[in-house]
Design a protein around this ligand. Structure first.
Ligand SMILES: [Zn+2]
Length: 170
């Protein structure tokens, strides 16, 4: 079981015409079967499909599951407003799952007619999320207030990913 298998669930591969007579063709049903034997938690299942299949429904499921976790354990008097919590989780998901730099399309270099230079927005095509970028994406003036909560959320997502990949034998 590997990421390539999961990516078979992508809508574009689903629409490919079926190869006839091939014994090693893998179907969406096969993948769901493998996932169902892996004893994944709902969070892990949604995480894998969100990350490797990129379907929005899995993403919103995953975000609400994480939001509930943090909403439950939150101390009443420092309760983050729910919108902000959702924004933080969405950003953490993006940082954990879609870090490809949009400026250079993940190549790490900016190519102009007469020059090739390192892309200033990323390291080898993996986008660098500075506090400035985070503030911009969250529409807030300062990130300090949210920093520790954000780190907790990211840590939780990374733990879920490690656990999920372990279970499917990655
Ligand atoms: Zn870049």
């Amino acid at each position: 079981m590997n990421k390539e298998l999961l990516s078979m669930l992508l809508p574009k591969t689903q629409s490919l015409e079926k190869t006839t007579g091939s014994n090693d063709a893998i179907t969406v049903e096969d993948i769901n079967l493998i996932l169902s034997y892996a004893n994944l938690s709902r969070e892990e299942y949604n995480f894998l499909l969100m990350k490797f299949v990129s379907a929005d429904t899995y993403k919103s499921n995953f975000v609400s599951e994480i939001a509930l976790r943090f909403y439950d354990i939150e101390d009443k008097k420092e309760l983050l407003d729910f919108d902000m919590l959702n924004k933080l989780i969405n950003l953490a998901v993006v940082e954990c799952c879609e870090p490809k730099c949009v400026f250079c399309k993940g190549t790490g270099s900016i190519i102009t007619l007469d020059n090739v230079s390192d892309c200033p927005h990323c390291i080898d095509g993996v986008f660098t999320f500075t506090e400035q970028v985070r503030c911009y994406l969250l529409s807030v003036k300062s990130f300090i207030k949210y920093k520790s909560k954000f780190e907790q959320i990211k840590q939780l997502i990374q733990d879920i990913e490690i656990s999920a990949l372990n279970k499917i034998g990655e």
